[in-house]
Design a protein around this ligand. Structure first.
Ligand code: SF4
Ligand code: SF4
Length: 426
């Protein structure tokens, strides 16, 4: 007799039972802050998922709309007295919706692109060439804005330029360091590879400076989080397996990433979400998670001296904590390194660890609300009077830059490693 398949929501039903509907999560939910309706809260989503499981509610348009109103930021999980993993419950609900109704056209396209590196490379190349036809530079220093109104893209949205040469095409697969120093596999991530290549260059410069061997496995793929955001768990599983093969081959001491989102995928979501659904991959995913480390954390561990690598012009900065750093307890390490860097003055903003509003594809489906959440961040940055915002996630860089430019600010938004490597890259 064939074994009964566990449905995505059955898998999390015990987690749902832990919710006592106390509402402690409500005040910390960025989705509730903008939609102001109970179904947008963690409590509302857990209740909805329970009703779907009981059969009182269908996996219909209403359920889809409610479950799409989540940034998977994890704030509710941090604040929940009963440790209800609402982010996992929402992922399971989205998976159930995708299984019942099929993926949306957008998520089908996203799945194809993130699974096919060649397609991604071709798309990035075409965008780097054709970009000026559709976008204009605003201001001349950085960022692009649509020339024509395209409401589905968010008419006023500022987007970054795509790089002409992806980061990974510029470097050999293995960059030998000094004997006895750590061997580090660099998980680059799509945003760093195709858009913010300067983050990749700064990261590489820092680890080379420390004498490490840096391996950039050419077979590495997208981490898959854009697929997870749409419930496309099959695509995420395929990418996780391909990334395992690419990263295990070199048996490096560390798997390092300078992208908080990629780090969150490798460190937390692969074992938690993919490992639970695919027990045959579980041990390998756990081993990968144990080796995965954020660039700033590893730089501090390996004894980087920012007095040597980071000196430069005087700059007043403020720091934004990406959600995937907050949930992993990464906050002191980047700040510690930045504070030791000559010329840098760190002014803390209010709510530094509040979500910026990107939330993966939330920013595509609910751009107005995403901007609304981002507006609070922009105001907090403005209040510090800082010249520059620093963070550890290329996705947050894109979102913060959009918010600041729409508010008429020219505040720079940089990655921690860019400031830490100023001196050695000069
Ligand atoms: S998710 Fe946690 S904090 Fe929110 S209502 Fe349920 S038990 Fe309370
Ligand atoms: S993960 Fe974030 S957006 Fe989603 S319910 Fe929890 S706090 Fe709200």
């Amino acid at each position: 007799m064939s074994k009964k398949q566990i449905s995505p929501l059955e898998r999390v039903q015990n987690d749902m039972k832990k919710c006592v509907k106390c509402g402690a999560c409500r005040a910390h939910c960025p989705a509730f802050s903008t939609f102001q309706r109970e179904p947008a809260t963690a409590r509302g989503k857990v209740a909805l998922a329970q009703h779907v499981l009981k059969g009182d509610i269908e996996l219909d348009d209403g359920t889809y709309a409610a479950m799409s109103k989540c940034l998977l930021c994890g704030s509710c999980v941090d604040k929940c007295p009963n440790n209800v993993p609402t982010d996992e419950i929402v992922i399971a609900a989205r998976e159930a919706l995708a299984k019942r109704r099929g993926l949306t056209t957008f998520h089908k396209a996203v799945g194809q692109v993130i699974k096919t590196r060649k397609l991604m490379k071709m798309g990035a190349f075409a965008a780097s060439i054709l970009g000026p036809l559709f976008f204009k530079k605003v201001p001349a220093t950085s960022g692009l804005r649509l020339r024509f109104p395209m409401p589905f893209l968010g008419g006023t949205r500022h987007i970054p330029q795509i790089a002409k040469d992806p980061f990974m095409t510029r470097h050999p697969e293995v960059i030998e360091g000094q004997p006895g120093k750590p061997r580090i596999a660099f998980f680059v991530g799509c945003m760093t590879n195709f858009v913010y290549t300067e983050i990749g260059e700064a990261t590489l410069a820092l680890f080379k400076h420390l004498g490490c061997t840096v391996i950039i496995p050419q077979d590495q793929q997208c981490c898959g989080l854009p697929g997870m955001s749409g419930g496309d768990l099959d695509t995420v599983r395929e990418l996780a397996e391909r990334n395992l093969e690419a990263l295990e081959r070199y048996n490096a001491d560390y798997v390092m990433t300078a992208c908080a989102t990629c780090g969150g995928a490798l460190h937390k979501l692969y074992p938690l979400v993919i490992g639970k659904r695919n027990p045959e991959l579980s041990d390998r995913l756990k081993a990968l998670a144990e080796k995965t480390v954020d660039a700033a954390v590893l730089l501090q561990k390996l004894g980087l001296d920012p007095e040597v690598t980071g000196g430069g012009e005087e700059v007043r900065i403020t720091y934004h904590d990406p959600c995937h750093h907050r949930t992993a307890g990464i906050a002191k390490q980047p700040r510690g390194l930045l504070k030791q860097t000559p010329g840098i003055e760190l002014i803390e903003m209010e709510g530094a660890d509040r979500c910026c509003g990107l939330g993966g594809t939330f920013n595509v489906y609910h751009y107005g609300s995403s901007l609304d959440i981002n507006a609070g961040k922009t105001a907090a940055i403005q209040a510090t009077g800082a010249d520059c915002v620093v963070t550890g996630c290329p996705g947050c860089i894109m979102q913060l830059s959009d918010g600041l430019k729409q508010a008429g600010e020219n505040t720079r938004v940089l990655h921690t490693v860019e400031l830490l490597a100023r001196n050695i890259r000069r």
